[in-house]
Design a protein around this ligand. Structure first.
Ligand code: SAH
Length: 355
């Protein structure tokens, strides 16, 4: 699909035409990644962050956040819980927390790999290459790092440099790929200042980066951030501003599936936050094939507030897992077994094994 067609779909409002898009995306999903929905247990291991991204609730300057960092024992317990719920992957996510020393995290990764059959996915921000390399050596399989927007000017305006170094997630994604990680990225939908053209380029960038995983969700304003605080005072959205809406999110999920047929694409928590009733299911019916139930201990979960009103915050891990499995069965899909690598990656692995 080319840029012009993507742009046309972005502006499409006719429900009958949109049904065609959903059907097309669902067909591509079924043919390429099948009916299994892979579950990834999400553990938010720390909300300390060195960065000051203009949209994110756990940014360093937000003094109202009570900070926590999980212990090695707590993380390992969460990994065993993931196994007990039948999940194939643990995703460890955090702010960019240099108090999470690279070698201590390597020990945790080694322990998880030794004690469980889980695939290990990291989502810990823009760390130095030496840290990425150490974690890969320790056994980490995948890394998620959203590039947030392909518009470089918009990107720079909401990602201040850290210690004089300009943030560059595309460069980091290339590093991660070179180190042998399965790489995942994605964007927020409806960032103030983001145009339809930018978002079309985002989707084309997913294909260029040849991602194994693509995560997209609506931008949700957080009042304790520069972008969120200015929301009320902003001039009326200019024509071409992407809405941070549920419909726009489905369009991006569907188009990402069509452009990157083999990728693993989650139906995200941010989407479920906009529509608690059926957001997860509609994401799965319009291109997605992954869900990430939250395994973070309850006391910490409420403190990992990237944006307000986050779905699934007041449930136990067991409830979250049961609820998601029920929703998957209700739409006629199957809960995935095994690690749930993207089929593209399986081909690469098989080719490597054959050598
Ligand atoms: N520190 C890690 C993990 C960040 S949280 C990293 O930087 O990669 C994961 C994702 O949450 C971010 O990549 C961003 O896309 C999303 N996010 C953060 N603030 C948000 C907000 N206000 N609304 C919607 N999504 C948000």
């Amino acid at each position: 699909m080319d840029r012009a067609s993507i742009l046309e779909w972005f502006r499409e409002e006719d429900p009958a035409r949109l049904d065609e898009l959903w059907r097309l995306a669902d067909g591509v999903r079924r043919e390429n990644v099948g009916d299994e929905v892979h579950l990834r247990g999400l553990v938010e291991i720390s909300n300390f962050c060195a960065r000051n991204c203009h949209y994110c609730g756990i940014r360093a300057s937000n003094a109202s956040v009570r900070r926590y960092r999980m212990t090695e024992e707590e993380i390992l317990a969460a990994a065993h819980e993931a196994v007990s719920h039948g999940f194939g992957t643990i995703v460890m996510q955090s702010g960019e927390d240099y108090g999470l020393a690279a070698d201590r995290l390597s020990d945790v990764i080694c322990a998880i790999k030794a004690e469980t059959p889980l695939a290990v996915t990291l989502s810990l921000g823009e760390r130095p290459e030496a840290d990425f390399a150490a974690w890969r050596d320790a056994g980490a399989d995948r890394y998620l790092l959203r590039f947030e927007t392909s518009n470089r000017v918009l990107y720079d305006s909401i990602h201040p440099p850290l210690a004089g170094r300009r943030s560059d997630r595309i460069r980091d994604l290339e590093t991660l790929r070179r180190l042998g990680y399965q790489t995942g990225s994605g964007v927020m939908i409806g960032i103030p200042g983001q145009t339809f053209e930018d978002l079309a380029d985002d989707i084309l960038t997913f294909a260029e980066l040849d991602l194994e995983m693509i995560g997209v969700g609506p931008y949700i304003p957080h009042p304790a951030t520069p972008l969120g605080a200015s929301a009320g005072r902003r001039p009326a959205p200019h024509d071409g501003q992407v809405p941070n809406s549920e419909l726009m999110t489905y369009k991006v999920i569907a188009l990402s599936r069509i452009v990157c047929p083999l990728a693993n694409i989650p139906s995200t928590t941010a989407l479920a936050t906009l529509n608690r009733e059926s957001g997860r299911e509609l994401g799965l019916l319009r291109g997605a094939n992954v869900v990430m139930p939250n395994l973070t201990p309850a006391a910490y979960r409420v403190l990992y507030e990237l944006y307000p009103g986050k779905a699934c915050v007041f449930e136990t891990a067991g409830e979250c897992s049961d609820c998601i499995k029920r929703r998957i069965s209700a739409i006629g899909r199957k809960v995935g077994t095994g690690c749930g690598d993207s089929p593209g990656r399986r081909l690469v692995n098989n080719a490597a094994a054959a050598k």
